[in-house]
Ligand binder design. Structure first.
Ligand code: GLN
Length: 301
């Protein structure tokens, strides 16, 4: 007779956890990769590792060295709740509470757009075109990532940042403090809070998603990131129309306006700038080759 375990005796099994039910680091990791993949999360392995690092306080190397060790109950509890949130497609950055941008950590919440790597293209171009800028204005600062990075990159400059959302401004202020940047934060819409002031450099990463595209965004963005930071109006260009029309009245002679744009918007935005009297119009690709930044210089009004 073949030696197969009989289910008849199952109820006689001692009530202790079988070895294979101990949640070692590796077992937890493997399970999570399957779970998150099933929920549609890309890069499930890397994300599972990040969440495990957060729950255990280990770094990635530490995780690998502890693959065979069981997780403590409190670690497992913390981890489970994070994985459940991620399974509902809440952004990893909201769960971890921060995102790196230009080598610095920024606190992020549901009130601010999560800083994107692509936006470093805007930063680089600003520094390239206006290295001597003494006054800088960031319209729609969100987490403050652009303004704070520029305050570091252009140490001679006085940086002012505006946002329509008081909740976003609170996060941005906190980010400036924790990154030792001096930035003047003002609440309001576009140029309204700066009155008649003029700047050498104006930057903005405004909302630029078209209404049609809003519904097609991945759930992390569509359901969790602030609509105010995404919605660019019916054709996605609403904010650029205001920026192009009003920036000249707030630029010093030969000042620069540089803006991030969405994929395929560069020509339309360049035309808006040309129509508003800008010249030296530049269009700059991001690292993926997508035209990501459009800007120009204005001789003054
Ligand atoms: N300026 C911020 C950023 O680049 C916010 C942009 C936005 O809310 N559209 O992250």
């Amino acid at each position: 007779m073949p030696c197969v375990p009989s289910t008849r005796w199952k109820h006689l099994k001692p009530k202790v956890k079988a070895t294979d039910e101990i949640w070692t680091t590796l077992k937890v990791l493997t399970w999570t990769v399957g779970y998150l993949t099933e929920k549609g999360v890309e890069n499930a392995r890397r994300e599972a590792e990040w969440l495990l690092c957060e729950a255990t306080g280990l770094d990635r190397m530490g995780l690998y060295l502890n693959f065979d060790k069981p997780l403590q109950d409190d670690e497992l509890a913390a981890y489970r709740s994070m994985v459940a949130r991620r399974g509902k497609r809440e952004p990893l950055q909201h769960i971890l509470g921060n995102q790196e941008f230009d080598g610095r950590e920024f606190v992020v919440t549901k009130d601010v757009l999560i800083p994107r790597y692509d936006t470093e293209t805007l930063l680089e171009e600003a520094v390239r075109q206006a290295p001597q800028a003494r006054t800088v204005l960031d319209i729609g600062t969100g987490s403050g990532c652009i303004a704070i990075s520029l305050a570091h990159r252009l140490p001679q400059a006085q940086v002012t940042a505006v946002d329509l959302s008081p909740d976003a401004l609170a996060i941005a202020r906190h980010n400036a403090e924790r990154n030792n940047a001096v930035v003047e934060f003002l609440l309001g819409s576009f140029f309204q809070p700066v009155n008649q002031r003029r700047f050498d450099l104006i930057v903005s990463n405004p909302p630029y998603i078209t209404h049609a595209d809003l519904a097609t965004l991945q759930p992390e963005v569509r359901d969790f990131e602030p609509r105010l930071a995404l919605d660019g109006g019916p054709d996605g260009l609403d904010a650029y129309r205001v920026l192009a029309a009003e920036a000249p009245g707030h630029l010093e002679p030969n000042g620069w306006l540089l803006m991030e744009v969405g994929s395929g918007q560069d020509k339309d935005v360049a035309r808006l700038l040309a129509d508003a009297g800008f010249d030296a119009i530049v269009t700059v690709p991001d690292s993926a080759g997508i035209m990501r930044v459009v800007g120009g210089q204005h001789h003054g009004v």
